[in-house]
Design a protein around this ligand. Structure first.
Ligand code: C2E
Ligand code: CA
Ligand code: CA
Length: 449
């Protein structure tokens, strides 16, 4: 497995690496095992420590996917743009060497302080969002040092996007379609075509609506329908999800302040891709945004992208939990969560994927899986939401199983903010929907099968 680290982590690892490599020159080498030494997460051949640092390479994790999904021109243009940016910022004496998806810098070992400064400037430049062809890209940087042993030493272990997953021989027109889609989306975002729809969640004990999930909606000016899930996947693969998620958070906060002003103190959940969680700068942004509002905001962790560095992701989630931000694990059962991961996440809610709920009343196995999941989550002190509840019998079964919350078309489709307010007004007035959802199960034996 290869290493993907956030720019901040990369900087820390490299800075530690340089510091120790420098130390090795003048003093005895730091703690080593056999002939290997680990410095700031980077493993270097111990016996050669001190011979000098040669090169630093920054690999851009999403570039292969950008090349394959959006075309060679966009990948090359973005790379050139980033290279210009870092050359300017770090005032490089030698031009950077640009590969297919990496930028390599030659460093001068005897001016270590200057070298460290240059690396820190490069890391900062790469961590920034770069707008190219009208699209805001935020790429994940993986760093490696060329050690005195002539080998590249990576900073940590994680998984890179697999270029094989995106065959390069796709017709050019498809690339152009995707590029056009992303470009139009970014224009649409500025022009007010993008909004959030809110899907209410029903508290099964109190029969009230106390939370809702924010879901992205793009109403294209030309009327073409866009599938939200496909759009989000494209944003995740091409490194454009970070900027979009910042926008979504800001919008959810503004909308929730309106709900609050109208007398509804809702906990609004925003979807955050697992791939963003290891990014400390992103976590800082989330904390700063949420700290400014009196409204309650939670995050749902979606696992559509690989969680790059689970240790860092958990550290950032701990910061969210300490700041009082509710954390829900999305799509449980369909994603990649292991039980070990489940136990370590500071989550207060588990959402059972809709594939299990859709056939709850017609399949033999799904009720067993659902019930076991509810018990497991309760044992871990988490509340459980069943997603995709779209019939009365499933709702009744879920109540008997002890499920805490239900979300789905039976209760409501995702609604525009003003429609959500009308829905909440009717619901809290104990209208016919609230009464029908409160009905007890006709045949409780069915739930215990
Ligand atoms: P999700 O987080 O699992 O969201 C639930 C999806 O199921 C939504 O689709 C919702 O409209 C749909 N749904 C809700 N109730 C029912 C039901 O009873 N039956 C059925 N068949 N479907 C139901 P949507 O809005 O198209 O979103 C698709 C996915 O896109 C979401 O899945 C989420 O992973 C992602 N997504 C949406 N908005 C955002 C966002 O702002 N940021 C991120 N990162 N991802 C988002
Ligand atoms: Ca979700
Ligand atoms: Ca879900």
């Amino acid at each position: 497995m290869l290493a993907v680290s956030s720019a901040a982590a990369a900087l820390a690892a490299i800075a530690a690496g340089i510091a120790l490599l420098r130390l090795g020159k003048s003093r005895s080498a730091p703690a080593r095992s056999a002939d290997r030494i680990e410095v700031g997460g980077i493993k270097v051949g111990g016996s050669e420590v001190g011979a000098g640092l040669r090169c630093v390479r920054f690999e851009l994790a999403e570039l292969a996917a950008i090349r394959n999904l959006l075309g060679e021109q966009v990948a090359a243009g973005l790379l050139a743009c980033l290279t210009r940016k870092i050359a300017e910022r770090a005032a490089l004496a030698k031009p950077a060497v640009v590969g297919d998806s990496a930028i390599t810098l030659t460093l001068h070992g005897n001016a270590a302080a200057q070298t460290e400064r240059q690396i820190s400037l490069v890391c900062a430049a790469l961590a920034e969002t770069t707008t190219y062809a009208g699209i805001a890209f935020s790429l994940t940087t993986r760093s490696a040092i060329l050690g005195p042993d002539g080998l590249w030493h990576d900073s940590a272990s994680a998984r890179l996007l697999d270029p094989a997953a995106y065959p390069a021989d796709r017709p050019e027109s498809r690339d152009l379609n995707r590029l056009d889609l992303l470009q139009k989306f970014w224009v649409g975002l500025e022009n007010g075509e993008v909004a959030l729809a809110y899907q209410p969640k029903l508290d099964l004990r109190a029969n009230t609506i106390s939370s809702a999930e924010a879901l992205l909606r793009w109403s294209r000016a030309d009327g073409v329908a866009v599938n939200t899930g496909d759009l989000i996947t494209l944003c995740e693969q091409t490194g454009t999800i970070k900027q979009l998620t910042r926008w979504t958070l800001g919008k959810a906060i503004a909308d929730n302040e309106q709900f609050r002003a109208a007398g509804h103190d809702l906990l609004v959940f925003v979807n955050v891709s697992g791939g963003l969680l290891a990014d400390a700068a992103f976590a800082d942004d989330v904390l700063a945004l949420i700290a400014q509002t009196p409204s309650r905001i939670g995050i749902e962790i979606t696992e559509t992208a690989v969680i790059a560095d689970p240790e860092l992701a958990i550290a950032n989630l701990d910061r969210f939990a300490q700041a009082g931000i509710a954390i829900a694990i999305d799509d449980f059962g369909a994603g990649l969560s292991s039980l070990e991961y489940l136990q370590r996440l500071p989550a207060s809610e588990l959402k059972i994927d809709q594939t299990f709920i859709a056939k709850l009343s017609s399949s033999n196995r799904n009720p067993l899986i659902t019930r076991a999941t509810i018990d497991l989550a309760h044992a871990l002190e988490m509340r459980v939401t069943a997603e995709g509840v779209d019939d009365q019998l499933s709702l009744a079964l879920l109540k008997v199983m002890g499920c805490d919350l239900a979300q789905g078309y039976l209760i409501s489709h995702p609604l525009a903010p003003n429609k959500l307010l009308s829905f909440l007004a009717t619901f809290s007035g104990a209208g016919s929907l609230a009464k029908s959802l409160a009905k007890p199960l006709v045949n409780p034996a069915a739930a215990r099968r």
